[in-house]
Each structure stands twice: as C-alpha cells, then as structure tokens.
Design a protein around this ligand. Sequence first.
Ligand code: ZN
Length: 435
Amino acid sequence: MRVSFFAGLLAAAASAPSLAQPCPADLGRPFGVLNLFDLTAYLDLFQAGSPVADTAEPIGTLNFFDLAAFLDSYLVGCPLDSDGDRIADIHETGNGVYLGPTATGTDPFNPDSDGDGIIDGDEVFGTVEGLDLPAMGALPVIKDIFIECDWFEGFFIGRERNYRPTADSIARVVASFANAPVPNPAPNPNGIAIHLDYGQGGAFTGGNRIPGEPAFVVFGDQFYQYKADHFDPRRKGYFHYAIFASRHSDDTNRSSGIAEINGDDFMVTMVDYLSTNNQSNTIVHELGHNLGLRHGGFENRNYKPNYNSVMNYRHQFPGVDTNGDSRGDGVLDYSRGLNFDLDESSIFEPDGVIGFPIDFDRDGLIDTLPYALNLNCSGTNTSPCGSNADGACADSSCSVLLDFNDWANINWGRLADTADRRPEQEIATCENEPE
Ligand SMILES: [Zn+2]
C-alpha cells in the first residue's frame, strides 16, 4: 500500500527541519509557486538518491512510485502564497500579532512585513540554507538586526587585553535600539530588536575568539580572510560581521573603528582606551555606517553642533545631548533630527540648537546680536569663517549646518539570498580616542 506523499515528505522534512516548506511539492526556487523548477528540483533529488525524494513505499528505494507521488502532490497544488515569502496566505493573518507559523500576523501581500530586509518566511521558519533565525529571536512583525562579533584577546600595547564585547556594552547597544523611534507593524511598539552573537551561548555560538595577537588588522583582504575562516556562510545576507581588534590599518593607528557605508562589515578597534561606553558607542557608530549613516548624517560634514548623534565625532564618546547645550550627556543614540538649522554666517546664541541659549564663541556671554563663526572646525573648536591656515579644521567654510533624522533614514536594504545584504561601496574611518 502506498503511503501518502504528504506523510512521506513531512517525515523527510522532520529529519531536515531547515527546509521548513509549507508546500511539499514546492522544492525549487522561486518558492510560493509550482512550476517546472520544482519538477527539476525533484528529479535532481531523485537522481542524487536523496531521502527527500523517497516519498512512497517501499521506503528505501527510489522508483516510479516516488515520482508518481510527487506528481500527485504537484497536481494538488500549493496553498496560495501571494507574496512568495514561503508562508501561505491563510497563515498570514495580517493583524501584526505573531502567534506561531500558522498565525504569523504578517501581510500576505508583503514578503517583508516589518520592513527589516529579512523575508517573513526566513523569520518564521529559518532560512532555506538552514539558518535558524527564529531560535535567535527573529520575529516577522518586529524589525531585527543581527551582528556576529568575533574578537582578539592576548598581549597588545604592552599588556594583556580582551577586546571581546562585554555583556554591559551589549546591553547598552540593545537598549538604545529597543528605544529607537522606528515603527513596526501595529499594534507592536516602536523599536528595533538587535541581536549580537558574541559567543554568549544558547543560540549564539557563532561569535568566537580569533586566534592570534595581531598588532593590527587591515580592513581588506586580511579582514575577509578572518571572515572566511570564522563566519558561517549561511549568515551572509542576514548578519553584519564585526571584528574587535586592537587597531586597524597599521600599528600606530588610534582610530576607534572602520566600516562600510551601506554594507555589512565593520571593525571596532579600542587600542588602549577600552571601556563599556567607548565600546558600545563605537559599535553603534560603526553599525550606523553599515546602515547608511555618515559623520554628518546624510553628509560627511563632521562636528556639527546641531547634529545630535553618536555618528558625529562630537558625540561618539560623550554620547548625545539631552539638555540642549550641544554637549554629550552619556546617552547612546542616533539623532532624531529635532535641532534647528544653524547658519554659521549669522549665529544667534539665544536660539542655541533647540531654543536653549548657547555661548558658541565662549566669551562668557549670551550675545544678543548675530555674528559669523565656523562652529564645526573640529571637536568643539571654532575658527573664523574661511580660515584654515594650519589645516586644523575639518571644515573651513561657514554654511548652514543641518541636523538629520538618522533613525528615519536607516537603510534597511534588500535581502539578496546568499549575497551580501547591500552593495559595498564606501569605507568610513572613524574617530580617534576620546579627548
Ligand atoms: Zn565613523
């Protein structure tokens, strides 16, 4: 007697849980539709002698009955999956409430309901390559970001150091993203769930110490060799990859990190100024570059007193300003774009950056007449407009400085199966040690 194809394939699926397909005959890409690719995929499995193709009695031999059983299920068809995200429409309940794989709360007509660049089916079932995203906390109705953190420890800069991110650093990063003013499908609250694998155990065993004690790591071939050796390729396209080392580029460099702008790779290099705040702020800063942010938000213009973000060198280590004086108050955050425009050719101190007076020229007074001054020379230093004789200023001109809403402008990219998540075009080198 012939065992039902579905029972057979469900048994096969149980032994290969990574291929959690809702439709048994839907074996080939594109998923969600039955076509000739599924037939080819089945014949490939058949020819390879795969147990997945062994769907009919007698189990243990591949023969005509298996093919007939496959064709039976093929003709029965798949449940409708309008958006091709591997979740049947009848299970995409569209109410934003995730209860389980048969009531996902997702939109049946949007393959990425929460807009985080990860397809709904991958967040519900894990990826077809076998990456178990749900075990790592993914939800299809809350934006998720995944980062693998690999690190060096040993003897650096004259003493024993461990650059592994600490639980305290990670907690600050997680909290700052949880507080993000970034919407999720209703009725879920705002916020981003960020998951950092630094080898803490449970589902997170990908983060690892990299053997060796290199004085520096070049963010190029050397970085990519470490990545090839220590990063599960199934994570490509889903995880950012970060190496925590002493220095990047060369053995005198004191820059805190380096990152791709609109990419998935970065380094955190704390040399000899490692602390919880420096480390967590730098993780968020470098990740910000991956997410498309620059030292001036939308632009490379640095040190803007009204750009209130850890992307800005003024705030990378001190944190963002919470009381309107344009100085860091230890809070880890990106800008929300709330500050006034600041015209350096006509600065009006009573306005400050958000209505609180600021003594920009540090003469001890709140000047009541407008004046011109280059406010984003470097650090908190100022200079006359157009003057940069000694090259001390990152920016010598006087112009209108703009804040930027970082959180609203995160590049969520698009998922590209096994390729990198986004094209990698540009590298940003980041702030030196705190002053
Ligand atoms: Zn930077």
